[in-house]
Design a protein around this ligand. Structure first.
Ligand SMILES: Cc1cc2nc3c(=O)[nH]c(=O)nc-3n(C[C@H](O)[C@H](O)[C@H](O)COP(=O)(O)O)c2cc1C
Length: 332
């Protein structure tokens, strides 16, 4: 039913044979096979969140997707340390392979050789150029509103600046916008900025298909857009060695408020093991106060848990209506 009501065709939907110009973010460990498959079934492009890389988790995620075609995303700098994982993912004939955060060049040849479209998520114009050099078929311009790791450029200016770069230097490369897009207003705005589609992360955490504990969903519904912060707390807590320039936008839970600005103390060997155990216990049980819930500013626009198909149908219908009426509204 939802499927039939969708009607936004772009270069991106045509190239990938989709009904909705929406890709699901490859959110590490939270975007499993169920979410990715639900996104594909809803007409979008579903991606498994391979994250930092774990062979068992990856196999399980592809198994959970069953016969539904899905792609896969990795954190580039982490994947570079275990290149066998890339081969493992490519062997599953993913619909696309997405790389974020780091230089895609070393991994790109294997992806091209497998005939799999390469999607690169970038946080600056300089990184967009690097993605073009690596032969990306699709570039995701990610603004700082985004949940999870990212840079400090805003979506509203980064997307059109990358659109201009592509128009000038690589017109066949497709562009998606990411960061703060949770409904039809965001989808319509992204298309107006020159994107061919969008990538959604935070909104999809509040779906039954995401591998998210209920406590996280409740926290997302209860959080206003003011209550997130870009922070190194989750990485210092976990001992993850992120390259400079990237911070993780997260909900200001008690855990984050306790340690944000006190990262040195959190890294202290006298403190870290206790807080790391607290982080993972809270993460596994969904006790949001005692862990970090990464999510973007868009959480302030998320008011219900709904299946992916409903989220997409509503967003596409709203975007279509807004785009159809745009001229009338501007003249008013
Ligand atoms: C909980 C969470 C985890 C994320 N993990 C990853 C990841 O492992 N790899 C990645 O490329 N992007 C990751 N992202 C960022 C998304 O790819 C995307 O840029 C972001 O979700 C878009 O902004 P939005 O959250 O406002 O929709 C994550 C985002 C969230 C919210």
């Amino acid at each position: 039913l939802f499927h039939l009501t969708m009607a936004i065709a772009t270069r991106f939907t045509r190239r990938f044979g989709l009904d909705a110009p929406i890709v699901s973010a490859p959110m590490g460990m939270l975007a499993g096979g169920r979410l990715a498959a639900a996104v594909t079934r809803a007409g979008g492009l579903g991606l498994i969140g391979g994250g930092y890389g774990n062979a068992e988790w990856l196999d399980q995620a592809f198994a959970d997707a069953g016969n539904v075609p899905v792609g896969c995303g990795f954190i580039t700098w982490s994947l570079a340390r275990s290149p066998d994982l890339l081969d493992r993912a490519l062997a599953r004939a993913p619909t696309a392979l997405m790389l974020s955060f780091g230089d895609p060049a070393p991994m790109a040849p294997a992806i091209h050789a497998a005939g799999v479209p390469l999607i690169c998520q970038v946080q600056s114009v300089a990184l967009a150029r690097a993605a073009l050099d690596a032969g990306a078929a699709v570039i995701v311009a990610q603004g700082s509103e985004a949940g999870g790791h990212g840079g400090d450029r805003g979506t509203l200016t980064l997307v059109p600046e990358v659109a201009d770069l592509l128009a000038k230097t690589s017109p066949d490369t497709l562009l998606l916008a990411a960061g703060g897009i949770v409904d039809g207003r965001g989808v319509a705005a992204a298309l107006m900025l020159g994107a061919d589609g969008v990538l959604m992360g935070s909104r999809l955490l509040a779906t039954p298909e995401a591998d998210v504990p209920d406590g996280f969903r409740a926290t997302i519904l209860a959080t206003a857009g003011d209550e997130t912060v870009r922070t190194a707390v989750p990485d210092v807590a976990r001992g993850y060695d992120w390259p400079p320039g990237f911070l993780a936008r997260s909900i200001r839970t008690d855990f984050v408020d306790e340690w944000h600005g006190r990262e040195g103390a959190l890294a202290d060997p006298a403190t870290n093991p206790r807080e790391r155990a607290r982080y993972w216990a809270g993460f596994r049980s969904g006790d949001a106060a005692n862990t970090v819930v990464m999510a973007g500013e868009g959480v302030g626009l998320v008011h219900s848990v709904a299946p992916v198909a409903e989220v997409f149908a509503a967003a596409v219908a709203e975007a279509e209506q807004l785009l159809a009426g745009a001229e009338a509204r501007i003249r008013r």
